[in-house]
Design a protein around this ligand. Structure first.
Ligand SMILES: *Cc1c(COP(=O)(O)O)cnc(C)c1O
Length: 395
């Protein structure tokens, strides 16, 4: 059976060049970077090269990069670390309603433990308003956290404007850039970002590796204690093969970003327009054009369940997702779609396709050929759809 992978926002395949490089650091150059002997120095040198590669992709200096076990840990380190470091200055935190769970739930944890939280709403396209952020600020606000691009609907946020505001007010600004890294150019200096989360496995690197950029001079309290790695900001022996793979993946995606984005935008629009043309009662979720990630398609297909669509697609070897990968398996509709004002019933029938480097036009056309048939079959079993058809016929 053919297999078509359209779930790159959940994870990506590891680039062969990355995997090959990593192998060397598992089997030959396996020293502990903290060791003083040759094996250790060799690993340390490669680790520092990776730090330079990550820093370069986001316009930071290598000393500002702290490696973590992924985006989730980097988000936690940024938020918990700032809250702990700044608690004497204030206890008010600001975030948006469409953040990844790694951000939202970390803030909710702090809210249960004595902090106060303002969650900024979004508009119907899933975009935060800078004015809403400004209005939420209080004298005791210590942290603003807004993601760069949303993982479910691809909405790109006004990070430059929010960064300017945070700088003007002297408030620490955290950005989860896991989805935008390698798709939109990022420069933490120009964007006035203090803390930036990135993850390796969304950019053709290995899973279980990420980083937090911490602007020079910004103080955070570490999550773990006991080792002095990463300048005491992240204790524990470094995942050297993973980090080295992440560094390489950053270098490669930096070179390919413009070309990849151009190709994926074409495929994205072909898929999105094709779905709208071929299927009735479809709503595109998220912005159209410039404000949307180059690889994201998200649609609500009425009178069907997202989960049923996914299973039917999977039987044909087509991998997509409903909402975000982390919430599938639960029956709650996506918090992002609800924040955008979708009613439960419509949010339930939503489907996300996220494109990647290896996808082809031919694959998109196969999906466009199969999806309408699946929808038609599922709708035949839907009592709601039956009522709509009869109502239309009666008119
Ligand atoms: C995937 C993702 C994360 C989590 O990163 P992991 O490396 O999987 O822990 C965080 N934020 C966003 C926006 C993501 O898409």
């Amino acid at each position: 059976m053919r297999r078509i992978y359209l779930d790159h926002s959940a994870t990506t395949p590891v680039d062969l060049e990355v995997a090959t490089l990593m192998m060397t650091y598992y089997t030959e150059k396996y020293g502990n970077p903290s060791s003083v002997h040759g094996f250790g120095r060799e690993a340390k040198q490669a680790l520092e090269e990776a730090r330079r590669q990550v820093a370069e992709l986001i316009g930071a200096t290598p000393q500002e990069i702290v490696f973590t076990s992924g985006g989730t840990e980097a988000d936690n380190l940024a938020i918990l670390g700032t809250a702990e470091a700044m608690r004497k200055k204030g206890k008010h935190l600001i975030t948006s309603a469409i953040e990844h769970h790694a951000v939202l739930e970390t803030f909710e944890y702090l809210e249960k433990n004595g902090f106060e939280l303002t969650v900024i709403p979004v508009d119907a396209e899933g975009i935060v308003s800078v004015e809403d952020v400004r209005k939420a600020v209080r004298p005791d606000t210590i942290l603003i956290s807004v993601m760069h691009a949303n993982n479910e609907v691809g909405a790109i946020q006004p990070i430059v404007e929010i960064g300017n505001l945070a700088k003007e007010l002297g408030i620490t600004f955290h950005v989860d850039a896991v989805q935008s890294l390698g798709k939109i150019p990022i420069n933490v200096k120009e964007m006035n970002i203090d803390l930036l989360t990135v993850s390796s496995h969304k950019i053709y690197g290995p899973k279980g590796v990420g980083a937090l950029y911490i602007r020079k001079g910004v103080r955070i309290v570490p999550l773990a204690h006991g080792g002095s790695q990463e300048k005491r900001r992240r204790s524990g022996t470094e995942n050297t093969p993973g980090i080295i793979g992440f560094g390489k993946a950053c270098e490669l995606i930096g070179k390919r970003m413009a070309e990849d984005s151009k190709l994926q935008t074409k495929l994205r629009d072909r898929l999105m327009n094709g779905i709208v043309e071929r299927i009735e009662y479809v709503k595109v979720n998220g912005p159209i054009g410039e404000k949307r990630l180059s690889n994201n398609v998200n649609v609500s297909i009425r009178f069907v369940e997202g989960e049923s669509l996914l299973l039917s697609l999977d039987m044909l070897g087509i991998a997509a997702s409903s909402g975000s990968a982390c919430t599938s398996g639960s029956l709650d509709p996506s918090h992002v779609l609800l924040a955008m004002g979708l009613v439960h019933e419509i949010a339930h029938g939503s489907l996300r396709f996220s494109l990647g480097r290896q996808n082809t036009e031919e694959e998109i056309d196969y999906v466009l050929e199969q999806l309408p048939k699946i929808v038609e079959r599922l709708r035949m079993m839907s009592p709601l759809y039956d009522q709509v058809i009869h109502a239309n016929q009666a008119q």
